[in-house]
Design a protein around this ligand. Structure first.
Ligand code: ATP
Ligand code: AH0
Length: 393
C-alpha cells in the first residue's frame, strides 16, 4: 500500500497496537512493551499485552559505553552504532514477536526512543552560542525496514525545537494515564536518573510539571562496575553493609544542579564517577570502604528524590517505577524521608514498574498517529506531538 495512505489508515483507527521501546541510561537492555490503545488524548485507554526486557550482550554494552555520555569519542564509532543499534533493536523486536506468536502485520507501529548518547541541556554546557541539545541514536529506518512495521522515533528533538530541554517527556503519558482530580499524584521513575511528574489535584495550587531530580541508580551502577565488575548492586547487598558518610554526602549534594529551579534535566554526563572522585578527593578523613561509598550514594539518591517531593508541600500519592524500585535500601530510605506520603503500586494501574517508560513512548506514538495535540495549558509542558515517521518500504 502507498505509504502515506497506510499512515492515514493507521491514523483513522480508534484502536491501535503499538510496540514501545526503551533503552535507558543503565544500558541493561531493550525494554519492549506491546500495548493495545483505545482512543487518544484524554480518553486514551491502554492495556499492556506483553512485555520483555532483552538484555544486551556484554560486548554490545561495552561498545555503547565507549561513546555513551563521553566528551570525546570516535566519530566513526558513533556513525557505526547509529545503524547497528537500529538493526539490533529490530532483531530483538522480531524475536519478541515470534516468542509471543504475533505477526508483524498485527502491529500498527513501533515507538522507538533510541539510545541516548549525550544529553546537554543549557545548564550542562552553559555556552550561550548553543541551545538545549540531546542525541538519541539507533535510526528508525533500520527498525521499520527490518521489522516491516511503521516506526516513530527520535521524540526528543521536537520538544527542544519547541523550547523544552528534550527531557523528561514522561509528563505527557503520566498526565493522560494517571491524572486524578481527587488527589495530587507524583509519578517517580528511578532509572539511571530519577525523575518525577507532578499531577496536581483539582484543588491544588500547584501546576503540572515533570523534572529530573538527580541520580537514581547511575552512580551506584558505575561504582559497582568499577570496584566489583558487577553491573549493579543486586538487592543492595553491598550498600546495606556500609554506613552513610555525612561529609561525603554533603559534598555530593554540593552541585549547581541541585539548586537550579524545577523543571530541569540531567544525565550521566554530570552524575558519573568523575563527579564522585572529585568529591572523594576533597574528603578530609577519606578512609571509606566501598560499602560506605555505596551506602552514601544510595542516600544521595534518596535525598534528591524525597527533597523534591517534600518541597511540593502537599499531600500526594506517590507511584514509583523503574529499576530502582527493586533496590530495597533505596526504597527504605525514600520512605524514611517521606513518612507522610502514601505509596501506590504501579501494577494496580495495569503497568509494571519495568515497562512504564516503554509504555509511555508507545503512548507518545499513539498521540502522534492520532494527529491531534493536547492543550496542556501550562508553560512547562509544550503542546506538541513528537517523533519522526519511518516506513518499511
Ligand atoms: N534487584 C535490584 N536491586 C538493586 N537495584 C536494581 C535491582 N533491579 C534493578 N535495579 C537497578 O535498576 C537499574 C535498571 O533500571 P532501569 O531499567 O529503569 O533503568 P534505565 O531505563 O536504563 O534508566 P533511565 O530511566 O534513566 O533511562 C539497574 O541498573 C539497577 O541499578
Ligand atoms: C535524555 C534522556 O534520555 N533522558 C532520560 C533519562 O532517563 C530518566 C531521565 O533521564 C529522563 O530525563 C529521560 O527519560 C524519561 C523516559 C523521560 O523523558 O521522561
Amino acid at each position: 500500500m502507498n505509504n502515506i495512505r497506510r499512515l492515514f489508515e493507521i491514523s483513522k483507527k480508534t484502536d491501535r497496537r503499538i510496540i514501545g521501546l526503551m533503552s535507558g541510561t543503565s544500558l541493561d537492555g531493550l525494554d519492549i512493551a506491546l500495548c493495545q490503545f483505545n482512543g487518544s488524548g484524554l480518553s486514551t485507554e491502554v492495556k499492556l499485552l506483553n512485555f520483555i526486557t532483552i538484555p544486551y550482550p556484554q560486548d554490545f554494552k561495552e561498545d555503547i559505553k565507549g561513546i555513551f555520555s563521553k566528551e570525546t569519542i570516535s566519530l566513526e564509532k558513533l556513525c557505526l552504532l547509529n545503524e547497528k543499534i537500529g538493526i539490533v533493536h529490530a532483531n530483538y523486536i522480531n524475536r519478541a514477536l515470534s516468542e509471543w506468536n504475533i505477526k508483524a502485520e498485527a502491529v500498527d507501529a513501533i515507538a522507538s526512543h533510541g539510545q541516548t548518547i549525550f544529553h546537554a541541556p543549557f545548564s550542562k554546557h552553559q555556552d550561550p552560542n548553543y541551545t538545549n541539545a540531546t542525541l538519541q541514536i539507533g535510526d528508525g529506518d533500520h527498525i521499520a525496514v527490518n521489522t516491516g512495521i511503521v516506526t516513530i522515533s527520535d521524540f526528543r528533538q521536537k520538544n527542544i525545537a519547541a523550547g523544552g530541554e528534550g527531557a523528561p517527556l514522561a509528563v505527557y503519558g503520566d498526565y493522560i494515564l494517571f491524572n486524578t482530580p481527587s488527589h495530587s499524584t507524583v509519578l517517580l521513575n528511578i532509572g539511571g536518573i530519577a525523575n518525577i511528574t507532578f499531577l496536581p489535584s483539582a484543588t491544588s495550587k500547584g501546576t503540572m510539571f515533570s523534572t529530573d531530580l538527580g541520580p537514581g541508580n547511575t552512580m551506584l551502577d558505575q561504582f559497582m562496575q568499577r570496584k566489583y565488575q558487577l553491573y549493579f548492586d543486586k538487592d543492595a547487598l553491598y550498600a546495606k553493609k556500609g554506613k552513610v558518610n555525612q561529609d561525603l554526602l554533603n559534598l555530593l549534594l554540593d552541585d549547581l544542579f541541585f539548586s537550579l529551579p524545577l523543571p530541569k534535566s540531567t544525565g550521566p554526563e554530570l552524575f558519573n564517577l568523575k563527579y564522585l572522585d572529585s568529591r572523594l578527593a576533597k574528603l578530609q578523613n577519606g578512609n571509606l570502604s566501598n560499602e560506605d561509598i555505596l551506602a552514601t550514594l544510595c542516600e544521595l539518591s534518596a535525598i534528591a528524590i524525597s527533597r523534591a517531593i517534600k518541597d511540593l508541600k502537599e499531600k500526594v500519592i506517590l507511584i514509583p517505577s523503574g529499576g530502582g524500585v527493586h533496590n530495597p535500601l533505596l526504597m527504605e530510605r525514600i520512605k524514611f524521608y517521606l513518612p507522610e506520603t502514601t505509596l501506590r503500586n504501579i501494577e494496580d494501574y495495569g503497568i509494571t514498574a519495568d515497562s512504564k517508560e516503554a509504555v509511555l513512548f508507545a503512548l507518545l506514538a499513539n498521540e502522534t498517529l492520532s494527529g491531534e495535540t493536547i492543550n496542556f495549558k501550562t508553560e512547562t509542558v509544550k503542546n506538541i506531538c513528537m517523533g519522526k515517521v519511518s516506513f518499511p518500504q
